[in-house]
Design a protein around this ligand. Structure first.
Ligand code: SF4
Length: 480
């Protein structure tokens, strides 16, 4: 199984990679498959059922709207943030949806996208089933339970998908045979663990970024890698700028959470203008700002880089902005930073999970903190051993972190948690650089611990909004 850094850093819409980007991709794949099979013209109705965590928090995460957008053939990478609400409102108001952008069917946003948060499909907590019907009777009779898989007369096609974190989507068949889902590409420096990655570096004399780059060359040209990573960085910068310049005072949703980034930047700029920058933690204020800006954009459905998820999308950009602002940064350093972060991210994806629904927030904020810590350590001149140490520290102190978004919105605790995670990542890099790379707990051991802890974590702490802050903080949720 091979993983590209460009898969880990994809561009899409907020607020969630697993609950927004993934369902949108799955729905798009489904409508595309209908078109490619030549059967799209037979379809008169469609039903999407979102199970498990997708069903439990889908409303707050915008999963229902994402399915509509995907069925309409829209791609999370290219859709405009302003376009999404227009398409969703049109479908809801007209009672019609244009599948794959071409074939119009009757559609009820209320009845045809069903959130079933009480049952889960067997493969993953983020499961969904999409079915296309050729008769109105079959569509009307469609059940919404796990056992209600539709087959036979009136069914054009049915498919189950899993959104496994970071915007990655697999079918039920891929889950049972992952080797088919991601065929191996021969790489010059293959690694499946942190230990192997270090071994490849020692044998070759290359840095972690150089090892990752050499492997990426089996999939992309050097120019493609560079331009794609610089584009990722450009979108991260644009996202921070957007987050700092919004004029709306509160974020969408019942929490009425205040946007803090615009006011914080105004204050920091005023202080700067007065020369009031002597505070020893001045840089930390900016790191907080960068993370808040990205995650407020994400919470409002803005354009973000999934890194490695949307809920945790602020940490890697915040740490890279910190490096850009307070150290010597250039395009080579940006590439080195993102390749190093990507190499570490593949270890999480391969050996544990980056899905909050699977392992809790340790898999999202913990993974992002670890990736950012290792990447910062690398661009500050750390050896591969120090980078691995930084990544390990970045994860170790997020172990056990639960996912309990209040009202199912990716806002509280998510937004602040990214700011805290960013500062933690910088500290992890500094702690590592203060040593020689030797340390007691390896990154692999820490990732295994995260996986085991996630497995033991009760499901109410894994992106269901049925535990933790989500049940202990009073919120007035209006009747739907
Ligand atoms: S609590 Fe963490 S894992 Fe859960 S939605 Fe927020 S950022 Fe994602």
């Amino acid at each position: 199984m091979t993983l590209s850094v460009l898969d880990l850093f994809s561009i899409g819409l907020g607020p969630s990679s697993s609950h927004t980007v993934g369902p949108m991709r799955a729905a798009r794949l489904f409508s595309r498959s209908l078109a490619e099979s030549g059967r799209l013209g037979e379809v008169v109705g469609i039903k999407a059922v979102l199970f498990g965590s997708l069903g439990a928090t889908g409303r707050g995460h915008g999963s229902d709207d994402a399915v509509i957008l995907g069925l309409a053939g829209l791609d999370p990478e290219t859709i405009g943030a302003d376009e999404a609400p227009v398409v969703v409102a049109e479908a809801a108001d007209s009672g019609r949806l244009r599948l794959d952008g071409t074939h119009e069917v009757a559609f009820s946003a209320q009845d045809d996208v069903v959130l079933n948060g009480w049952e889960s499909l067997p493969g993953h907590p983020n499961g969904m089933r999409l079915t296309a019907y050729s008769t109105e009777e079959a569509a009307a009779a469609a059940g919404t339970g796990v056992e209600d898989r539709a087959e036979g007369a009136g069914v054009v096609s049915t498919q189950e998908y899993y959104s496994v974190g970071g915007g990655f989507v697999v079918t039920a068949e891929d889950m049972t045979n992952p080797a088919d889902a991601e065929p191996d590409v021969p790489e010059p420096y293959p690694f499946v663990s942190g230990d192997e990655l270090l071994q490849r570096c020692r044998e070759s004399g290359l840095s972690i970024a150089q090892v990752m780059h050499a492997n990426e060359l089996t999939r992309h040209t050097a120019e493609e890698i560079r331009s794609s990573l610089l584009q990722v960085w450009a979108v991260m910068q644009e996202c921070v700028e957007n987050g700092c310049t919004r004029t709306e005072e509160v974020l969408p949703g019942v929490l009425l959470a205040k946007r803090r980034a615009p006011g914080l930047r105004r204050r920091l700029r005023e202080q700067e203008a007065k020369g009031d920058t002597k505070d020893a933690l001045w840089a930390m204020e900016w790191v907080n700002l960068f993370a808040l800006a990205v995650n407020e954009e994400n919470a409002s459905g803005g354009r973000v880089v999934t890194a490695p998820t949307n809920g945790a999308a602020g940490i890697i950009p915040a740490v890279l902005h910190y490096f850009d602002m307070f150290r010597e940064c250039n395009d080579d350093k940006v590439e080195e930073f993102l390749l190093t972060a990507g190499a570490i991210g593949t270890l999480f994806k391969r050996n544990a999970s980056i899905s909050g629904a699977e392992v809790g927030c340790q898999g999202e904020v913990g993974s992002a903190c670890s990736m950012a810590a290792g990447a910062l350590c690398a661009v500050l001149g750390g050896t591969p051993e120090q980078v691995e140490n930084a990544a390990e520290i970045g994860l170790e102190h997020n172990l056990g972190l639960t996912c309990d978004p209040i009202a199912g919105l990716v806002q509280i605790p998510c937004i602040e948690r990214n700011a805290i995670g960013s500062v933690k990542a910088i500290n992890a890099a500094r702690l590592s650089l203060a040593g020689d790379g030797t340390h007691r707990v390896s990154l692999d051991e820490c990732i295994t611990t995260m996986r085991d802890t996630g497995r033991d974590m009760m499901s109410k702490y894994k992106e269901t909004s049925r535990g933790g802050l989500a049940v202990n903080v009073a919120v007035n949720i209006p009747e739907c």
